[in-house]
Design a binder for this molecule. Structure first.
Ligand code: NDP
Ligand code: 8X3
Length: 252
């Protein structure tokens, strides 16, 4: 088999773009997410376009038992994973702390933090047994800075930042690389999800400037993954040229 990458949250945005970039680079790919129809459609497209092997695994990263059983059910030859892209994640709401929804908070923490941990535990053990591997964690500028009403989403991405640093230390003796990519504004389904389907509010987030697109992030991840064996990119922050930090965006 070729090298293998497992991408969580490949049904949209950055995860889907990563699937295309890794397929172009001749990796066989495991794509995961909750929307089975999208996974099947993407798998077909990747097989046709790049002539690589693709398998799909439908699970919700918040469900620990499901994560473990679906991953353990993968064929043994697919457990020789070279690259894990911990991408599945989301924001829900943009409210001051006193008005925040318990449900939104739990969804973000369960997905962005606990989901990433569940997948990482299973796959890092395979990587240790295999003697190779590279874990790429999707952080955010929200994991480096805090902005008004971003409270819990920012906290969840600060947790990813800490976990990225922690797993890099813990996996050091095994030669496993660990990288975080922290993007600013990327136009995907992210804001539509954050605003629970309100497309016009989501559109305003990216109005008046040129945001990043998912492919920009996928190519950056590929840059990190394609460094020579002795080089690890610990972390990397990537912003639209029109965005200086979490809050300063120059809009025309
Ligand atoms: P999208 O909404 O376009 O894609 C999110 C992906 O995550 C989907 O494939 C979705 O799949 C998956 N996902 C969400 N919840 C779950 C779950 N419970 N179980 C399994 N999969 C899940 O957003 P992006 O591509 O923009 O986001 C990808 C990552 O990048 C996230 O971690 C996000 O926080 C981060 N990021 C995004 C930025 C942006 O501006 N867009 C900036 C910085 C970081 P499905 O719904 O099918 O399960
Ligand atoms: C997504 C970018 O600025 O909306 O992580 O938090 S931001």
């Amino acid at each position: 088999m070729s090298k293998i990458t497992l991408i969580t949250g490949a049904t949209a945005g950055i995860g889907e773009a990563c699937a295309h970039v890794f397929a172009r680079e001749r990796y066989d790919i495991i794509i995961t997410g909750r929307r089975a129809d999208r996974l099947e459609k993407l798998a077909e497209q990747l097989r046709k376009e790049y002539n690589i092997k693709v398998i799909t695994s439908e699970f919700d990263v918040r469900n620990r038992q499901e994560v473990i059983s679906k991953l353990e059910a993968l064929p043994d030859e697919w457990k020789k994973i070279n690259v894990l892209v911990n991408n599945a994640g989301l924001s829900q709401g943009l409210d001051p702390i006193q008005d925040g929804s318990y449900e939104d908070w739990e969804t973000m923490i369960d997905t962005n933090v606990k989901g990433l941990l569940y997948v990482t535990k299973v796959v890092s053990n395979w990587m240790i047994a295999n003697g190779f591997g590279h874990i790429v964690n999707l952080g955010s500028i929200a994991g480096k800075e805090v902005y008004a009403n971003g409270n819990v989403y920012c906290a969840s991405k600060h947790a990813v930042d800490a976990l990225n640093k922690g797993m890099r230390i813990d996996l050091l003796p095994y030669g496993i690389k660990v990288t975080a990519v922290h993007p600013g504004a990327v136009e995907t389904e992210f804001s539509e999800v954050r605003f629970k389907g309100d497309k016009s509010r989501a559109k305003k987030v990216y109005a008046g400037f040129e945001p990043l697109v998912a492919k920009d992030i996928a190519e950056t991840i590929w840059f990190a993954v394609s460094r020579p064996p002795h080089v690890n990119i610990n972390e990397l922050t990537i912003m639209p040229t029109a965005q200086a930090n979490a809050v300063n965006i120059y809009r025309k």
